[in-house]
Design a protein around this ligand. Structure first.
Ligand code: IMP
Ligand code: MG
Length: 179
């Protein structure tokens, strides 16, 4: 195990099983529909790569990058688009793929922003959900795991841009934050 990791919270095996289930549900729900999967950079890329390979219906992929102003472990609610979609969405069923829904502020912003472009439908998928931390109401349509209020890294999630490549979802040792 990586020296900065205190504990594995969700193992790669658990992730694999759950991602298969999510892919099957999405394939069922969107059968016959024109699906555009929108990955939110950078945190969602590992999940997105696994998820789309479990989806058995045709789809297209695009990306958005957003940044929320705030410290590295909390978000302030002010969201800025760093990279926008390359395609219009009026003729698509859009599924937003996120790494984690924490306060919900990022997802709320994304939903409002994309809804204004009038897609045929708009839903959300996240590998992790921290419901205890929610500050605004957002609809999560596909959820990997609910986790307690703790900061996690790995499987795409970072602390100060580190640890995204770890295959499991992990809790860092407290001293890492004090460095
Ligand atoms: P929200 O706007 O508070 O819901 O935060 C969403 C974003 O905050 C996520 O896309 C992550 O980039 C980041 N974030 C929230 N919780 C964690 C965590 O436990 N580990 C790593 N990043 C997190
Ligand atoms: Mg982040």
């Amino acid at each position: 195990m990586h020296q900065d990791i205190e504990q594995v919270l969700v193992s790669r095996e658990q992730i694999k099983t759950r991602v298969k289930e999510l892919g099957a549900a999405i394939s069922r729900d969107y059968a016959g529909k024109d699906l555009l999967v929108v990955g939110i950079l950078k945190g969602a890329i590992i999940f997105l790569a696994d998820l789309v390979r479990e989806i058995t219906i045709p789809l297209t992929l695009d990306f958005m990058a957003v940044s929320s102003y705030g410290s590295s472990t909390t978000s302030s609610g002010a969201v800025r688009i760093l990279k926008d979609l390359e395609v219009p969405v009026e003729d698509k069923h859009v599924l937003i793929v996120e790494d984690i829904v924490d306060t919900g502020l990022t997802l709320k912003y994304l939903l409002e922003n994309l809804r204004a472009r009038q897609p045929l439908s708009l839903r959300t998928c996240t590998i992790l959900d921290k419901p205890e931390r929610r500050m605004v109401d957002v609809e999560v349509d596909y959820r990997g795991f609910c986790i307690p209020d703790c900061f996690v890294v790995g499987y795409g999630l970072d602390y100060a841009q580190q640890y995204r490549h770890l295959p499991d979802i992990c809790v860092l040792k407290p001293e890492v934050y004090r460095r």
